[in-house]
Design a protein around this ligand. Structure first.
Ligand SMILES: Cc1cc2nc3c(=O)[nH]c(=O)nc-3n(C[C@H](O)[C@H](O)[C@H](O)COP(=O)(O)OP(=O)(O)OC[C@H]3O[C@@H](n4cnc5c(N)ncnc54)[C@H](O)[C@@H]3O)c2cc1C
Length: 360
């Protein structure tokens, strides 16, 4: 296919469309982007204040200390140092404004003065944009040789700050699979597993940002206020807190990979390791873009025939990671693990002989 971007024409076998929520590629291909339109619009702006009232927060803190309402507006004002602030604000009657309408100085001034008092004075606007709480997701992350990642594939309200994390995870999941496909070493189905693995993760984020949208309603009904009170109580329970933290951070994500070991399909904490070359961390082993076979107990046979794109790292670790040896995909997810007692050579070789190794 031939793609033109900024006047440059490129011929390519595949195209990764990562150009945000307004994705030109998605629109040119006429792909449906089903979901719900936004019900509220808001403005995000990096600004400078030349005078501030006592209501203006002077230091970063819990979100509740940065958020205020007044004169029909809700606003969040975060101090960025000196006279620089980041303001996010909205009001109920902003729902119909076209997202491409430029944000005006007067509009920001009106919000600032309604919420933070008339003595608060806008000095300059460094940048500004509008966003909405629209929720949409492509039905399929792949359309032939075009693969969608990030906001081009899914949009949702920014609550919980998950969009960037989600998009980066898409890109890391896609990267090694696409590299294998481009170099003709991907087994059948490897590239399709990008959709199989990542589409449900996007759908889950859309699902729980929908719940957050209700809970974070700046003008909650009596029922929503009651729901919010109960939710606040539930959040004080460590298990609930841990569950939601795992969801929102993506750390509880587990892919359906074959294998019996409990670590299979998960990421591992970024533990300290000591290798022959000295101290390092687990995350530092993935810079090559290869799969990594980590031997923590000297159980991987020295004569195991490993493909060139699997790096064998022998190391020690003072943390109990729950396995004596692990095979990580290039995106850091465990696709095989063994306890000391396992028949390491046999089970490992059968995994390496499977999809992962063929792709390497
Ligand atoms: C108010 C607000 C607060 C947020 N806070 C957080 C947060 O705290 N944490 C978090 O994780 N996420 C947050 N997000 C979400 C996050 O910003 C997005 O999910 C993330 O930026 C998506 O990244 P992306 O690369 O997919 O798209 P974008 O960041 O939109 O990047 C797309 C890029 O493609 C370029 N582009 C577009 N069209 C073309 C074209 N035709 N040709 C060439 N280039 C093109 C654009 O210029 C842009 O550089 C927030 C969003 C909003 C609105």
């Amino acid at each position: 296919m031939t793609v033109t971007a900024d006047g440059l024409q490129v011929r390519a076998h595949y195209l990764a469309a990562c150009e945000g929520g307004h994705s030109t590629v998605r629109k040119l291909l006429g792909l449906p982007f089903p979901g719900r339109p936004g019900t509220q619009q808001a403005v995000l702006a990096d600004i400078r204040l030349s005078a501030v009232s006592s209501l203006v927060p002077q230091q970063l803190g819990h979100m509740s200390t940065l958020t205020r309402q007044g004169g029909g507006y809700w606003a969040m004002l975060a101090p960025l140092g000196g006279d620089r602030y980041r303001i996010t604000f909205g009001r109920a009657d902003q729902a119909d404004i076209d997202r491409d309408t430029p944000v005006t100085h007067e509009e920001i001034t009106a919000a600032l003065q309604a919420v933070y008092g008339e003595e608060t004075t806008l000095g300059a606007v460094d940048n500004s944009s509008r966003f909405s709480d629209a929720t949409r997701q492509l039905e399929h992350n792949r359309a032939g040789r075009v693969l969608f990642a990030g906001d081009a594939a899914h949009i949702h309200p920014p609550l919980g700050g998950q969009g960037l994390n989600l998009g980066i995870h898409d890109a890391i999941n896609l990267g090694w699979k696409l590299a294998a496909a481009v170099q003709d070493r991907a087994p059948s189905g490897l590239l399709d597993s990008y959709h199989t693995e990542r589409h449900p993760v996007g759908a889950q984020v859309l699902h729980h940002t929908s719940a957050q949208r209700v809970l974070a309603d700046p003008h909650p009904s009596e029922d929503v206020a009651a729901l919010r009170d109960i939710f606040i109580d539930l959040l004080r329970l460590p298990d609930t807190n841990r569950h939601l933290a795992g969801l929102m951070s993506g750390l509880s994500l587990r892919y359906e990979l074959p294998g019996e070991h409990p670590l299979t399909g998960q990421r591992m904490p970024d533990v300290d390791l000591v290798t022959a070359a000295g101290p390092t961390r687990l995350s530092a082993l993935f810079g090559s873009g290869h799969a990594v076979l980590l031997d923590l107990a000297g159980i991987v046979p020295a004569d195991l025939p490993l493909p060139a794109r699997v790096d064998l790292v022998r190391a020690t670790c003072t943390d109990d990671v729950g396995a004596a040896a692990l095979l990580f995909r290039p995106d850091g997810y465990v696709c095989w693990a063994a306890e000391k007692s396992d028949a390491c050579g046999k089970t490992l070789l059968s995994t390496i002989a499977g999809d992962l190794a063929k792709a390497h």
